[in-house]
Design a protein around this ligand. Structure first.
Ligand SMILES: Cc1cc2nc3c(=O)[nH]c(=O)nc-3n(C[C@H](O)[C@H](O)[C@H](O)COP(=O)(O)OP(=O)(O)OC[C@H]3O[C@@H](n4cnc5c(N)ncnc54)[C@H](O)[C@@H]3O)c2cc1C
Ligand code: FES
Length: 253
């Protein structure tokens, strides 16, 4: 884990509200793995006080990328950081996705900005067949970066399928072989709960990156517990033990 002053190199608007920001930091970029995250101090003046967690979306040489939705004060400040400004970043943090395994197909499933960790995951899944089902309110709410040939489920007619991403999965389930497929997921708890039921009913292995409010980001404040069936004391910390967990093993709030 490093604390670095990461320098903004580039900012791209992927849609009206979604930004992709590229930062220079060899310490983060060279040590990150898919599903790991950084905790960003967006303001040097203590407002907001807490750091904001973001999945590392992609990494290339000495540079890493964050993809984020401007939802509140922290992300608004981050959005306004200009090229050559630096920002205090703690990371890489947490345990990312487990890539090893004898599955043949990696099926990536996300809701909204849950797709943020997938571009780096796609890069590191070389040798596997990769499919992606992404959900959002509209096609424009689904990030269009680094995930080739994604099938988009939307609440309106702008996507490839009308309905939730788990509805899409149910519709296509007969085209998938649960014995050779592993699902990688990230998104809001409501989506993950529906996915949990689907995976249990259809027998799919699934690892999911959980979202929750965080403070320290590395296991000190105890502020991010999740109930986990397989551990003796029945809880784990999302920031330190995750954020990626076996979806069959967690009880989602
Ligand atoms: C491990 C992890 C990785 C994340 N990766 C990304 C990412 O790659 N891209 C991205 O856009 N967001 C990501 N998030 C969520 C991100 O941290 C929040 O969007 C951000 O903290 C909001 O800060 P803010 O000050 O702009 O908004 P705030 O003013 O703090 O909140 C604005 C709104 O966002 C909601 N919100 C705040 N934090 C979270 C959260 N952790 N999960 C869900 N909703 C939240 C609040 O309930 C509120 O409705 C991640 C969260 C975690 C825990
Ligand atoms: S955020 Fe502090 S322990 Fe997880």
């Amino acid at each position: 884990m490093h604390i670095v002053n990461a320098r903004v190199v580039e900012t791209k608007a992927l849609s009206k509200n979604i930004l992709l920001k590229k930062f220079h930091s060899p310490e983060i970029a060279r040590n990150v793995a898919p599903g790991r995250f950084v905790n960003v101090k967006v303001s040097e003046f203590g407002d907001p006080l807490l750091r904001r967690p973001f999945s590392v979306c992609d990494a290339d040489g000495d540079e890493f990328y964050l993809m984020f939705d401007v939802t509140g004060k922290g992300t608004r400040i981050l959005a306004g950081k200009q090229n050559d400004e630096t920002i205090d970043v703690l990371g890489p943090l947490g345990n990312g996705f487990t890539l090893e395994g004898d599955y043949e197909t990696a099926l990536l499933v996300a809701g909204g900005l849950g797709a943020a960790p997938f571009p780096l995951l796609v890069k590191r899944l070389a040798g596997k067949r990769v499919l992606a089902f992404l959900g959002g309110r509209t096609r424009a709410a689904v990030p269009d970066y680094g995930i080739p040939n994604a099938v988009v489920a939307s609440e309106d007619d702008s996507g490839d399928f009308r309905g939730t991403v788990v509805d899409l999965l149910r519709e296509r389930a007969n085209e998938l072989d649960a014995s050779t497929t592993k699902i990688f997921a990230c998104g809001p708890n409501a989506m993950l709960k529906a996915l949990q039921t689907f995976c249990r009913d259809e027998g799919f292995a699934c690892e999911a990156s959980l979202e929750c409010a965080m403070a320290c980001g590395f296991g000190v404040c105890q502020g991010c517990p999740v109930e986990v069936k397989s551990t003796p004391d029945r809880y784990a910390l999302v920031c330190k033990d995750g954020p990626a967990f076996d979806l069959h093993d967690v009880t989602l709030p």
